[in-house]
Design a protein around this ligand. Structure first.
Ligand code: NAD
Ligand code: ZN
Length: 340
């Protein structure tokens, strides 16, 4: 079958032929319809230090997709051939303390689809049936194809009560923008998004941010004053991984504020701990999505009118993957979808 794989230890990704994956007794075989390019795929494409240390030679990449169940193992219950699915990309062990307690997103032995095992940039993908998510009919394919990063946004945004709160989102990447849309949809008051990329700040405004702040040109505190915010943000969602963005968040949080951190800093990051202590801040780390409460909420948010369509700025046949990666690397895009 056709696939996109990391065939060389250098920047790039290559189209190749690989064997159709074997289906174990607890697995489903998914015929991929659409995949989306994730920031993680861009790291693998660019072959940064993390990718060099993580990705085995020849790995089939990709983990954002929608497809159709084509066959399944003898032990699988709850799915049938023809079901339209997306899937949770974190494969968990099932035997650690958290897994056994049902806190599966906190598994300490998580394996990543398209990172540690073959991914979805392929005609077919095999995952445990446990990880497959059956899609309601009224979720369009393009939206289902970005459920994985949408899940990061939903998990982070719904970590704390947002109703009537002032929310700061640092980083208007695809995940930050979708988090802004969620915050608006569930009833936050001001949703302020920061970035240094005008294209993405513009998209954040289209998706429901009250204000989009280019921190290379404007002071966040001036914007807060314009909005009549005299105290500070109630909830912070860190979605850039940039240390200066996180420190501006610590500066502008109200006392008792709550921060959910999704962005991955490049290395260890120094902060002013006095801000955390004397403001009494609560900081929560976020990894992946809750299985499967986040998936349930994602479907419900779309069904209740949250429109992610403007997030999908580019769509093309998979053969044009090089162009798709170039667009993602340029920062002049929302999500880029490849049709298989
Ligand atoms: P992205 O790289 O597209 O977005 C990051 C954004 O931050 C970019 O738009 C960039 O211009 C912006 N930025 C740069 N400097 C800034 C500054 N000073 N202030 C504010 N913004 C600034 O990434 P994404 O795909 O949207 O993901 C967001 C973050 O979450 C990344 O760090 C990614 O690695 C991380 N991530 C974490 C998980 C997890 O499970 N914890 C999952 C997926 C992604
Ligand atoms: Zn586990």
């Amino acid at each position: 079958m056709k696939a996109l794989a990391k065939l060389k230890a250098e920047p790039g990704i290559w189209q190749t032929e690989v064997d159709k994956p074997d289906v174990g007794p607890n697995d489903v075989l998914i015929k991929i319809k659409k995949t989306a390019i994730c920031g993680t795929d861009v790291h693998i494409y660019k072959w940064d230090e993390w990718a060099q240390n993580t990705i085995p030679h020849g790995m089939v990449v990709g983990h954002e997709y929608v497809g159709i169940v084509e066959s399944m193992g003898s032990e699988v219950r709850g799915f049938k051939v023809g079901d339209r699915v997306s899937g949770e990309g974190h494969i968990t062990c099932g035997y650690c303390r958290n897994c056994r307690a049902g806190r599966v997103h906190l598994c300490r032995n998580t394996i990543g689809v398209g990172v540690n095992r073959p991914g979805s940039f392929a005609e077919y993908l095999v995952i445990p049936a446990f990880n497959a998510f059956k899609l309601p009919d009224n979720i369009p394919d393009n939206i289902a194809a970005i459920f994985d990063p949408f899940g990061n946004a939903v998990h982070t945004a719904l970590s704390f009560d947002l109703v009537g709160e002032d929310v700061l989102i640092t980083g208007a990447g695809p995940i930050g923008i979708m988090a802004a849309a969620v915050a608006r949809h569930v009833g936050a008051r001001h949703v302020v998004v920061t970035d240094v990329n005008p294209y993405r700040l513009d998209l954040a405004l289209k998706m429901g941010a009250s204000r989009a702040v280019d921190v290379s040109k404007q002071h966040l505190k001036d914007v807060m004053a314009e909005l009549g915010m005299t105290e500070g943000f109630d909830v912070g969602l860190e979605m850039s991984g940039v240390p200066s963005a996180f420190s501006s968040m610590l500066d502008t949080m109200n006392h008792g504020g709550k921060i959910a951190m999704l962005g991955i800093p490049p290395s260890s990051m120094a902060i002013d701990w006095n801000k955390v202590i004397f403001k009494g801040l609560i900081i929560k780390g976020i990894y992946g999505r809750e299985m499967f409460e986040t998936w349930y909420k994602m479907a419900s948010l779309i069904q209740s009118g949250l429109d992610l369509t403007p997030m999908i700025t580019h769509e093309m046949p998979m053969e044009r993957f090089a162009e798709g990666f170039d667009i993602m690397c340029s920062g002049q895009s929302g999500k880029v979808i490849l049709n298989w």
